[in-house]
Design a binder for this molecule. Structure first.
Ligand code: WT7
Length: 645
């Protein structure tokens, strides 16, 4: 494939950016014409941020899998689409060509149909990082079912909530998943999620760990049996469903400042165009290169830059089942060496955790194939940036710092590898089509005087093709969350700096959302989970800086009566019970790093918890707590400070 819309120089970037702002519709139409459409669109863009109502490529008909698979068959049929590296390094990798992937996707599309899935139905995918997950994603897309991938680290309760919110009737899962030394019993977790559930019609179970599972007659079927049946009928091709550009492609749940995760909805046309455009431009993908994104397909990064972006570009995407430290901290470097990886895209938290092992794990690893490095998920500190640049990239490889969100579908701010300048810990310039501005609390645009660097809340003026369209089942929630804080603008929830060159540096969330190891977790969600524990009266959760995770969770908890007198056990036991509760309700990823039992929380006279004070205490910044005179009981602050962990 070649990409006529690939930006090749800084001047190209400026020209593309300029055009995209002057004539967004014309600009994106000129990109979109390089895709396979069953019918061309009538109207490129219609939008109104007040509703919000955004429509790209209206009237256009397509199927994203024809763009990810069918259109490559003639020229790239025998090229690897997926290289799969298993959890255990001694197990054989799998290489799946475009031709084979196309066939498997068609066959699994037929399996979905045979099991009663219809266009528009929601299918929950709860699987490990095996090629079958990508196959299931694409098969849903091919038949027009809406996939909702749930990350394998979420608990039964979280799955159950998401199934209900999405009104899902179908699940695709695995018996289990290998992750490092662990074997996660995915089907058992699904079974727990389905206790008392009467809406799920079918559960398709793919074999991976062959851990014992219960298979309920009439509901549960094996992936392999279903595929065999289709294969035996000689089916190798299933026609893709014709989708409207604005039909939903998937739902992906993410945390916000309320207790309940939101189902972010992306649609077929705009998402496809933007995923591909940013993949090709940010990473400067060249045909034949091997792209390794270490995210899980359960997160947006895995949707866009493992699956849809690379495959729509005819790239080779590497899927890794395991974790960076198994069997040792050299695993990523081994994979890069073994598979001759050219582009490596990971999270700052992973870089920091590997950096802590020193340079020995890198010794003897041939990383000379690397051309481009990338980071995503959180701000990267300079120390980690330099280590990545020197030890991994050997000072040869540009590093792209890509800022984006589940809601944005693809990168909005990033340097373009080797094409636009990089600046450590700065995400730098907006992608074409992305109109950023910084505002103060009242929504007034901040404007720099002279060469000063300014800071503010990061907003966006106009839609790009893969902006979220709604939050599933609750459009008003979408409006309030993203479009109501500053009327007429999309509000990202992030604070940012802008320097004299127009470069952006993301400073972090300004709402009650934490970023733990690059994963978004709402404080209210964690508090809800903690409060479910029988002994807990009230809790307040804040973030604090953590050397590896970026941010970690600090929970201040009022425990029944005086915890010292609790007869059920020591503080340690109480804390373990609380952690267990959080693991049950959300998943281990939401476990607080620190729990402090307190007798009261700092509150205003109207009963509002003063998180600002708790945040400062958690950050260890106790000299300057700000104004505490409005507190109901200022004494409580002293107590909390004395007990700080
Ligand atoms: C939040 C979105 C986008 C995929 C991964 C996370 C933070 C993301 C960066 C970056 C600084 C970043 C922001 C954003 N974030 N990338 N390069 N530099 N911060 O997706 O879970 O939707 O979280 O992650 O705070 O709002 P997500």
């Amino acid at each position: 494939m070649h990409y006529p819309y690939q930006i090749k120089s800084l001047a190209d970037y400026h020209a593309a950016y300029h055009r995209s702002i002057k004539d967004p519709a014309g600009f994106w139409a000129s990109v979109a014409e390089h895709f396979t459409w069953r019918k061309k669109w009538d109207t490129t863009l219609e939008w109104n941020f007040n509703e919000p109502d955004v429509k790209w490529f209206q009237g256009g008909k397509l199927n994203i899998t024809e763009n990810c698979l069918d259109r490559h068959l003639e020229k790239l049929g025998n090229q690897p689409a997926i290289i799969w590296e298993p959890n255990a390094p001694d197990e054989q990798p799998r290489v799946i060509t475009y031709k084979k992937l196309h066939e498997k996707v068609c066959q699994f599309t037929q399996v979905l149909k045979n099991n009663g899935v219809k266009k528009g139905d929601r299918v929950c995918l709860y699987m490990g990082m095996i090629p079958e997950l990508a196959i299931a994603v694409l098969a849903c897309a091919r038949m027009g079912a809406i996939h909702s991938v749930v990350f394998g680290g979420f608990s039964a309760q979280s799955i159950s909530d998401r199934l209900q919110d999405a009104g899902a009737e179908f699940i695709v899962t695995c018996d289990g998943a290998f992750r490092g030394g662990k074997d996660i019993p995915l089907k058992n977790i699904i079974d727990d999620a389905l206790i008392g559930n009467h809406t799920i019609k079918k559960v398709i179970v793919c074999t991976r760990t062959r851990t014992p599972v219960s298979m309920i007659k009439g509901r549960d079927v094996w992936w392999e049996d279903e595929m065999k049946q289709v294969e035996e009928q000689g089916i190798t091709y299933v026609e893709a469903e014709e989708m409207d550009a604005e039909d939903p492609l998937f739902i992906l749940y993410t945390s916000g400042s309320t207790g309940k995760p939101k189902g972010v909805v992306h649609t077929c046309g705009g998402y496809m165009v933007y995923a591909n455009y940013t993949f090709v431009n940010v990473f400067q993908y060249k045909p034949g290169q091997i792209h390794f994104c270490t995210a899980d397909i359960g997160w947006i990064t895995g949707h866009t830059y493992i699956t849809y972006g690379p495959l729509s570009a005819g790239a080779t995407t590497l899927i890794f089942e395991g974790i960076p430290t198994y069997p040792n901290a050299g695993r990523f470097w081994d994979i890069i060496d073994k598979h001759r990886v050219n582009i490596f895209y990971t999270a700052p938290t992973a870089i920091r955790s590997l950096m802590a092992f020193g340079n020995a794990p890198l010794e003897g690893k041939d990383l000379s194939t690397l051309e481009v490095l990338g980071t995503v998920g959180e701000p990267i500190n300079e120390e980690a940036w330099h280590w990545y640049h020197e030890q991994v990239g050997k000072k040869r490889c540009p590093i792209v710092d890509t800022w984006w969100q589940t809601e944005t579908g693809g990168c909005l701010i990033s340097n373009l590898a080797g094409v636009t300048p990089e600046k450590p810990s700065w995400a730098t310039l907006p992608m074409p089509g992305v109109q950023l501005l910084l505002v103060d609390e009242n929504g007034n645009e901040k404007v720099a005087e002279g060469d000063e660097t300014i800071s503010g809340n990061l907003c966006i003026k106009a839609p790009w093709p893969s902006i979220l369209r709604t939050t599933y089942g609750d459009h008003e929630r979408c409006r309030i969350n993203y479009f109501a804080t500053y009327p007429g603008l999309y509000f990202t929830g992030d604070g940012a700096l802008r320097d004299k060159d127009g470069f952006y540096r993301i400073t972090g969330r300004v709402d009650d959302v934490l970023n733990v190891s690059g994963h978004r977790i709402g404080t209210a969600e964690v508090e809800n989970a903690i409060n479910m524990h029988a002994g807990v009266v009230e809790s307040a959760v804040v973030g604090f800086p953590h050397p590896v995770k970026g941010q970690a969770i600090y929970a201040f908890i009022i425990y029944q009566g005086s915890h010292q007198q609790n007869t059920h056990g020591s503080d340690d036991l109480i804390k373990s019970d609380i952690l267990q509760t959080v693991t049950r309700v959300i998943g281990a990823i939401a476990k607080p790093d620190k729990i402090q039992l307190v007798s009261g929380l700092p509150k205003t006279r109207s009963g509002k918890i003063m998180r600002r004070i708790l945040r400062k205490i958690a950050e260890g910044e106790t000299d300057n707590l700000g104004d505490t005179t409005t507190l109901l009981d200022p004494g409580v602050v002293e107590e909390i400070m004395n007990g700080k962990l």
